[in-house]
Design a protein around this ligand. Structure first.
Ligand SMILES: [Zn+2]
Ligand SMILES: [Zn+2]
Length: 373
């Protein structure tokens, strides 16, 4: 028997998001219905609204959340009714080349289904007036309830607050994983981080925990640079005020440049800046998601002559079932600040305000808390 649930629906790219009733189908084989308890509002949701991340519409937004399993379809083995879970927005197939070689973050099936807006069986559980409403990344957790494939869930211990669990699923994983998985750690390294929003702050705190010797935070917003200091940055550069951020970084690194630079904005200019302020043979880790139409120009000679390693980091190169519980252990032990990341809490009906506040750069992380229904 299907249910009626309230959900954040984007009817068309570029339009306002509205919270509306949609029909939610029962979980099919391998699928799970989750009562969402908290969902973070992520820049990727804004990128879906603007079209930077192209998606089919209408769709239900949301990919960063946590909740309680309410019903399971046939053959579900990884979770049971009553389990507390985090959504994993790259539900890997376990069978493709990437899944079988230790890189489930690059799963072919998860990518394809992200563009199709469905689950592996080709369906979406959401509909409205008899028309399909697509999913975002097989999660769509900006809804009171959602139905997802079991691979999109990671069970967690019941003592973790839902708001903390929710943002662990994207912002924390993406930033922490960029440092620990993609760059292989930060111990003894001088790190630069461009962009100090929710994900950038997690890059900063992971670098601090792993023993980076210097953490230079760059942003054009003075409030974000204050946050960066609170999360472990040792130096800050306001790019709106400092005319030449590259020479500012060179001054802080004995004229060499940063060992590792993280770009957490998603713009060609800041990607080029990241490349410019990294030392020879250093690492440039691009975490920010720019539009597929944008390109980055780099000096061709510099590629061999300076031998910088440029790599992307998608979802923090997560192995979600391994990394999300590990991150929560570090949170419990007191090392990772996650409560402090949450600057705003809203109800589902207030989602449009939450998206606006995020777009204006006013929030570290905003979390939607669902009423218990
Ligand atoms: Zn996200
Ligand atoms: Zn796969």
């Amino acid at each position: 028997m299907s249910l009626q649930v309230r959900a954040a629906v984007l009817h068309e790219t570029g339009q306002a998001v509205s919270v509306e009733l949609v029909t939610l189908a029962d979980p099919g084989p391998g699928q799970v219905r989750v009562k969402v308890r908290a969902a973070g509002v992520c820049h990727s949701d804004l990128s879906v609204v603007s079209g930077t991340i192209p998606q089919l519409t209408p769709l239900v937004l949301g990919h960063e959340g946590a909740g309680v399993v309410e019903a399971v379809g046939d053959g579900v083995t990884r979770v049971g009714v009553g389990d507390h879970v985090i959504f994993n927005w790259v539900p890997s197939c376990g069978e493709c080349f990437f899944c079988t070689t230790g890189r489930p973050d690059m799963c072919d099936e998860a990518f394809t289904l992200m563009t199709m807006g469905t689950m592996p069986d080709g369906t979406t559980p959401f509909s409205q007036n008899g028309e399909d409403v697509y999913m975002f990344s097989q999660t769509s957790c900006l809804a009171e309830r959602t139905v997802v494939p079991e691979a999109a869930l990671v069970p967690i211990s019941r003592d973790v607050p839902f708001d903390v669990a929710a943002i662990t699923g994207c912002a924390v994983m993406t930033g922490y994983g960029a440092v620990m998985n993609t760059a292989g750690g930060a111990a003894g390294r001088r790190v630069a981080v461009i962009g100090c929003g929710g994900v950038g702050l997690n890059v900063i705190q992971a670098a601090r925990l792993d023993g980076a010797t210097r953490i230079i935070a760059l942003d054009r917003d003075a409030r974000k640079l204050e946050d960066a200091r609170a999360f472990g940055a040792t130096d800050t550069i306001n790019t709106a005020e400092v005319g030449d951020p590259i020479s500012a970084v060179l001054d802080m690194t004995d004229g060499l440049g940063a060992d590792d630079t993280y770009e957490v904005v998603g713009h060609p200019d800041t990607i080029a800046l990241a490349y410019g302020l990294t030392r020879k043979a250093g690492k440039v880790v691009v975490v920010g998601v720019a539009s597929p139409e944008q390109t980055v120009e780099l000096g061709a000679f510099s590629i061999p002559a300076e031998s910088k390693l440029i790599t992307g980091s998608w979802y923090g190169q997560a192995v979600a079932g391994r990394d999300l519980p590990l991150i929560l252990e570090k949170y419990r032990a007191g090392g990772l600040k996650i409560d402090e990341l949450i600057s705003h809490r809203f109800t589902l009906d207030e989602l449009p305000q939450a998206l606006d506040a995020l777009a204006r750069g006013e929030v570290r992380r905003a979390v939607i808390l669902m009423e218990e229904t």
